[in-house]
Design a binder for this molecule. Structure first.
Ligand code: DC
Length: 220
């Protein structure tokens, strides 16, 4: 393996990319950056200010000076907003759609992409998101597009939320995932897109270990 390796994992919500990315980073002993957490933190900040997550003017007033930090504690990523660890709060179901909304704003993407490129600049890493292979790291060494059918993704998300104690309605959750897919794929700037040179993996009928092994089989 060469000195520095950068891996992009993109795909829609619930495709299993973050679980796989975490495992992959452990296996290769490289940094893992969950970029979705950053958009979630921006959504939380917007809501804390009592603003609408589509309000570009309101968001543009704070985004360049946002106090958003990614720190690694005992090997896992923690997201700090205005000095507070918001890692749990940004996972609340109400934040998911708001993060998708705020991520459509160009001023937000430019700031987040700049932060992500700085984090990825001088170390081996795996980044998961929507536009990593197509926009953030177009020259990544390996690019994977992780996908799965919408029912499978909704079931996975439901299990994850139920394990955290949330009560969820399957049909409502599925509709929300479809809406997020639509938003993420159809925004004007750096939408969710499979990079031309990405390897596509449909995880609908695969276990995490199978996906991980498949990815590892490509990495030299
Ligand atoms: O991966 P996630 O569900 O935590 O991401 C939340 C939202 O953030 C998602 O709906 C779209 C947005 N996002 C993005 O636009 N670009 C990324 N690289 C990561 C996430």
């Amino acid at each position: 393996m060469k000195n520095k390796i950068r891996i992009a994992l993109d795909g829609p919500s619930g495709s299993g990319k973050s679980t796989v990315a975490k495992e992959l980073s452990k296996k290769l002993n490289i940094l893992y950056l969950d970029t979705g957490a950053m958009y979630r933190a921006v959504a939380l900040k917007t809501l804390n200010l009592g603003k609408d997550t589509f309000d570009e003017k309101a968001v543009s007033e704070f985004i360049d000076n946002i106090d958003l930090q990614i720190r690694y504690i005992s090997g896992s990523q923690h997201t700090f907003l205005d000095g507070d660890d918001v890692s749990e709060k940004i996972r609340e179901p109400r934040i998911s759609m708001q993060a998708s909304n705020v991520s459509s704003l160009k001023c937000v993407r430019l700031k987040m992409v700049d932060m992500q490129r700085k984090i990825a600049a001088d170390m081996s890493c795996v980044l998961d998101g929507r536009d990593i292979g197509s926009f953030v790291l177009p020259d990544a060494d390996y690019k994977f597009y992780i996908t799965a059918g919408v029912d499978v993704r909704a079931k996975r998300r439901m299990k994850e939320l139920e394990e955290k104690g949330y009560k969820v309605d399957f049909e409502k959750l599925k509709k929300e995932i479809e809406q997020r897919d639509y938003n993420d794929k159809n925004r004007d700037f750096a939408p969710l897109r499979c990079a031309d040179d990405a390897i596509i993996i449909d995880t609908s009928d695969m276990t995490v270990t199978e996906v991980l092994n498949k990815i590892l089989s490509y990495i030299k």
